[in-house]
Ligand binder design. Structure first.
Ligand code: ZN
Length: 314
């Protein structure tokens, strides 16, 4: 198609063939060189700009139906309005996998014990199936780190520190944290933060947002998602719904926050990275029905400690 001189630009869809997570589409590369060779400088300039913007927001869904003709008529705003959060599920999971690879090679060390890994995976899968976004694969991993923390990146990748697993009183409390992290994935918070950071830091060149840079931002924002009241409330709200639907006692969520707040010594990482804890407990309590707060699975503390015994003995 690209070799045909009678190429019809007006009917060409941007990123139509984009399957994985390419920030630069081969077809568009060919188009750019064709436009350059044919001396259509205005077209080359136009394509360069739209490609750059299209790449940073990387959304085949939203651009699929937009022809170049539409773009010329509608102006560049058409592309600027597209959010990175609109990338396909498949692309997002693939991106999450790349961030995971980078995290494991440079930033975190995983804890591996077949029984405890299977236990965490089982809790995670039960929650994911009852979440607001059950249709993507989820990966739950344990980070060998004593600080009380958990985080999520994108495309179903959730990480829980050994320190947090050991700190929880029961399975409902641990499940509430995992459900909260799934909430961040449901709302694509890390993806949105990557897009924001890339634009703010001027990382978007004519060639788009480089893949390596995007993965680096994903690693940093996964580990340290900017304190956002809005994001935390959204993750709590979605997480509580997930927790309850999965059959866990809703009180697990407030129970864990209360436990961390009452802890002596330095502020647990999970609280320092998750602000407004008191307000959030109140907000959660307004949604939980006191009559059913204690109803559900996961409140047997002895059973929980028995499950994670190996981790506690270290
Ligand atoms: Zn959070």
């Amino acid at each position: 198609m690209v070799g045909n001189n009678k190429l019809d630009y007006s009917s060409l869809s941007l990123q139509k063939d984009c399957k994985k997570f390419p920030y630069r589409d081969n077809m568009l590369d060919s188009l750019l060189s064709l436009a350059r060779r044919s001396g259509r400088r205005w077209l080359y300039a136009f394509l360069s700009v739209t490609v750059a913007l299209g790449l940073v927001v990387g959304s085949p869904h939203a651009t699929q139906a937009i022809s170049i003709g539409d773009l010329i008529r509608g102006g560049i705003q058409v592309i600027q309005g597209v959010q990175i959060g609109n990338m396909s599920d498949e692309q997002e999971v693939d991106f999450g996998r790349q961030i995971d690879r980078r995290l494991r090679s440079r930033e975190i060390r995983l804890y591996r014990d077949p029984e405890i890994n299977a236990y965490i995976d089982q809790i995670g899968k039960r929650l994911a199936a009852n979440s607001d976004r059950p249709n993507i694969p989820y990966t739950f991993q344990i980070v060998n780190d004593k600080s009380i923390n958990a985080f999520a990146t994108t495309g179903g990748f959730v990480y829980v520190n050994t320190g947090l697993i050991a700190e929880a009183d029961n399975e409902a409390q641990l499940a509430s944290v995992i459900a909260h992290e799934i909430g961040h994935i449901v709302h694509r918070h890390v993806l949105k933060s990557i897009q924001k950071a890339a634009l703010e830091q001027g990382l978007v060149s004519a060639a788009g947002l480089e893949r390596n840079t995007a993965i680096g931002l994903g690693v940093q924002l996964g580990l340290r998602l900017p304190r956002s009241r809005e994001y935390e409330y959204q993750a709590d709200e979605s997480g509580l719904r997930t927790l309850t639907k999965a059959g866990y006692a809703p009180i697990g969520m407030t129970g864990f926050f209360e436990k961390l707040l009452n802890k002596r010594g330095s502020v647990p990482t999970f609280l320092s990275t998750h602000p407004n804890t008191r307000d959030r407990i109140e907000a959660i309590n307004r949604v939980i029905d006191p009559a059913t707060a204690n109803q559900g699975d996961g409140l047997d503390s002895a059973a929980y400690k028995a499950k994670i015994q190996k981790l506690l003995q270290r």
